[in-house]
Design a protein around this ligand. Structure first.
Ligand code: UDP
Length: 351
């Protein structure tokens, strides 16, 4: 039995949606490690909600999202930083654990690594964003070999230590996602409402095709959303809010397709495997994680990035995709079992 301490992202409480795919990754990994008989404790910002897993809630001010920081900015921490507080707690209890797993995309946990006696596994959730952080990650990658995990090869390739990264993919509790063989007429777009996700391209595709688009996700940037509404006043779109996994998979499963339109290099794209698990084909820009997941012409289409007409061309070919093949790919590659095997092997190698 392994004793694992998971230290969460400092951008927001678990369950808030602010942490994006990291929240789902942490939850699924905690559930699966628990199921395998390991002992998992999660350290997370106050207000976190994670059923069935012991959570140590830590007060403090949340960290700004790395996506909103400019490359040339210095590293900043707010007063009474929840990131610092969580790692201070980790330091005091480290003797009770075999391994600490870091889910934060932040400078501090990398900097602290040599000062801890307990080994630390770092799961990096985004590609390169900031030179100062890259520099600290590079030091850890070289001095603590094997401790850096990423989701995809394209994500690893954004870092100067690409060859030292362990590629771990991701996975889902597939029993929570139901296969839907007969969708309605609508399409879906799922993600944080924030500029790096380029929701406007999905909205433009809905306008061009006339096919209604249901939008699901955390409202992170209200002014960005208002601008989209002004630019496309007549597009057939409907914002459904941020839903629980149970509700999300139900509505998503009834959609004909998921549109994935990120402007940035998406490290993985949890929404892609969630759609596949429901039998929903995915049309995505050929960029980042989604390009490593989707089988072009088989479980969706990979199209030229930032090109709305290419998205529309993909939508017109949807009939070619078998929905059961989509579910099958999720079962073969992205089950909790597959995820657990990859991570358990990684954790054991570090202890
Ligand atoms: N999500 C959700 N409810 C919603 C919309 C999205 O729970 O209504 C979750 C979704 O399940 C996924 C995450 O938000 O886990 C988005 O993660 P992704 O990896 O796609 O992008 P990120 O936000 O990490 O950039």
């Amino acid at each position: 039995m392994l004793k694992l301490l998971f230290i969460s992202t400092p951008v927001g409480p678990l369950g808030s949606g602010v942490g994006g795919g990291v929240e789902l990754s942490l939850k699924n990994l905690a559930i699966e490690m628990n199921r395998r008989g390991h002992q998992v404790t999660v350290v997370a910002p106050e207000g976190s909600n994670l059923p069935h897993i012991p959570v140590r809630e830590i007060p403090g001010t949340c960290q700004r999202m790395a996506q909103t920081e400019r490359r040339e900015n210095s590293i900043t921490l707010p007063e009474n930083s929840v990131l610092a507080n969580m790692w201070d707690y980790g330091r005091t209890v480290q003797g009770d654990y075999d391994l600490i797993v870091n889910f934060a995309y932040d400078w501090l946990p990398f900097y602290l690594t040599p000062f801890f006696s307990c080994p630390i596994a770092h799961l990096i959730s985004m590609g390169s964003m900031h030179p100062a952080l890259d520099q600290m990650m590079t030091q850890v990658a070289h001095n603590f070999q094997g401790t850096i995990g990423v989701h995809t090869q394209v994500q690893a390739d954004t870092f100067p230590f690409a060859n030292l990264c362990r590629i771990l993919g991701n996975g889902l509790d597939l029993s929570q996602y139901h296969f839907c063989s007969h969708p309605g007429n609508k399409m879906a777009w799922v993600g944080r409402i924030a500029p790096e996700k380029a929701l406007e391209d999905g909205v433009a595709a809905a306008q061009l095709t006339g096919i209604p688009l249901k939008i699901f996700g955390k409202m992170q940037d209200e002014s960005y959303w208002q601008k989209i509404c002004q630019d496309y006043p007549n597009a057939p779109v409907e914002y459904r809010g941020f839903l629980s996994t149970l509700e999300l998979q139900k509505e998503l499963g009834h959609c004909r397709a998921l549109l994935v339109t990120p402007r940035w290099l998406e490290a993985f794209g949890n929404v892609v495997i969630e759609a596949l698990a429901c039998g929903v084909p995915v049309i995505a820009y050929r960029r980042g994680g989604p390009a490593e997941i989707i089988r072009d012409g088989e479980t969706g289409f990979l199209v030229e990035p930032d090109n709305v007409r290419a998205l529309v061309a993909g939508i017109k070919r949807l009939e070619e995709i078998s929905r059961s093949r989509c579910r099958q790919q999720a079962e073969q590659e992205y089950s909790l079992k597959a995820l657990g095997d990859r991570f358990e092997e990684w954790f054991r190698a570090l202890i």
